[in-house]
Design a protein around this ligand. Structure first.
Ligand code: URA
Length: 423
């Protein structure tokens, strides 16, 4: 087999054979296929697609590139969720302890942000002492003792995806349904969860900008999960505006703790509960009551134990950025647009995200929103506060917000999108 013939097959809109797929994933993982060759193949896949048979084989080859975990020894059913990525998407933080408080075991392998989308591990690392890197034994021990663990996937899990995802990020080949579906599902199937709820984001701040593409991605992933014996459900959820009132690492941890304390913004609470119900249903725990577990503090108890078990201090003060800049409304009316992509890029430029894999994120950087689409605003009122340790970046961040905040005249009828768009 040679890689150039594999690239040519896809470049010329052909179907990759099972042998070609198995070979190219294995050879790439072992370093025999070069990054530039895999980039060419990824671009050919982005432009010409893959059919269901090819996607299934590609996913299986990525799973087989590494180890498979197994949680069969746990006394509780396992349930996991994965978001396709968005702005202000801190849902994993309250959700994992909440679902654990309701009786499931939640092995939540999470990622870091790159570009305008945030990453769960970067958020949690703003808690002093908290560790994302656990051995498989440590992960199992936290899961057994607290019911939930949120950590980085070990190097042994779907190593082909680790290499390929980093490559796609710097070659403009992230937004391909076959590549996103196989990337997410290879990790989740290799992780060994019994059930999985997918949060497929739709809108400017998501990889899928329209509902048709999001539906296709969701259907592809549900098909892959089901074929591998994982009970898989997908919700399509709105990402035209950031989730909640914060985008940025420590800011989002603070908001998540508010939700666990029984408060927090309504969209974050609603989505956390919707995903919790799906996870509990899929895990066979239909009688559990997640709203009660939020209200009575049992989810908060699991959070505190889970953070402490990974070296974090749940009572420590969270980092605060050195400088703030307030943006005021320039006119009165109804806020109709607070664009998720614009806010995500601005938060990233303030230091909440990284431009290259090796960059450090600023724990305190990000954006706090004081109004959301549908709210009445008065000229001069505070719309958002930008936070950073590098104030020379304020102007660069403000540029990203240009055109991303729109107001209609007072009295205009405006209904914000519902948070859950479909199932
Ligand atoms: N998240 C992943 O893990 N992979 C993708 O390709 C996109 C989002």
């Amino acid at each position: 087999m040679d890689v150039i013939s594999v690239i040519r097959t896809k470049r010329d809109k052909g179907e990759l054979s099972p042998e070609q797929i198995d070979w190219v994933i294995d050879a790439y993982t072992r370093g025999e296929v070069a990054d530039e060759q895999m980039s060419a193949l990824a671009m050919a896949i982005l432009l010409n697609g893959m059919n269901r048979v090819e996607i299934a084989r590609w996913t299986a080859a990525m799973i087989n590139s590494g180890e498979r975990m197994n949680f069969a020894q746990l006394s509780r059913p396992t349930a996991d969720k994965h978001s396709t990525g968005g702005v202000g998407d801190k849902i994993t933080l309250p959700l994992a302890p909440l679902v654990a408080a309701c009786g499931a075991a939640v092995p939540q392998l999470s990622g870091r942000g790159l570009g305008h989308t945030g990453g769960t591990l970067d958020k949690l690392e703003s808690i002093p002492g908290w560790r994302a890197l656990l051995s498989n034994e440590e992960m199992l021990s936290v899961l057994e003792s607290t019911g939930a663990v949120i950590c980085a996937a070990g190097d042994g899990l779907a190593p082909a995806d680790k290499k390929l995802y980093a490559l796609r990020d710097v070659t403009g080949t992230v937004e391909a349904i076959p590549l996103i579906a196989s990337s997410i599902m290879s990790k989740k199937i290799a992780e060994g969860t019994g059930s999985l709820v997918l949060d497929v984001k739709v809108g400017s701040g998501a990889f899928m900008k329209n509902i048709e593409d999001a539906r296709e991605l969701a259907a592809t992933m549900v098909g892959l999960g089901t074929d591998h014996g994982v009970r898989t459900v997908a919700l399509l959820t709105d990402m035209t505006t950031p989730l909640g009132l914060t985008a940025g690492n420590a800011l989002e941890v603070r908001e998540s703790v508010e939700v666990l304390a029984g408060g927090g913004p309504k969209d974050v609470v609603d989505l956390t509960l919707a995903l919790a119900r799906e996870m509990l249903d899929a895990a066979g725990l239909k009688d559990a009551d997640p709203a009660k577990a939020l209200a009575d503090g049992s989810a908060m108890d699991v959070w505190r134990r889970m953070i402490a078990a990974q070296g974090g201090d749940p009572d420590a003060a969270l980092p605060v950025a050195r400088e703030q800049h307030v943006v005021h409304a320039s006119e009165s009316g109804v806020l109709t647009t607070l664009d998720a992509y614009a806010v995500g890029v601005a938060a990233w430029r303030l230091g909440a995200g990284r431009a290259r894999k090796e960059d450090q994120v600023q724990a305190g950087a990000g954006i706090e929103l004081h109004a959301k689409p549908g709210d009445k605003v008065t000229a001069g009122q505070r719309l958002m506060t930008l936070h950073t340790d590098t104030p020379e970046k304020f102007e660069y961040a403000l540029e990203a917000l240009n055109g991303g905040v729109l107001t209609a005249p007072e009295g205009t009828e405006f209904t914000p999108n519902p948070i859950v768009l479909g199932r």
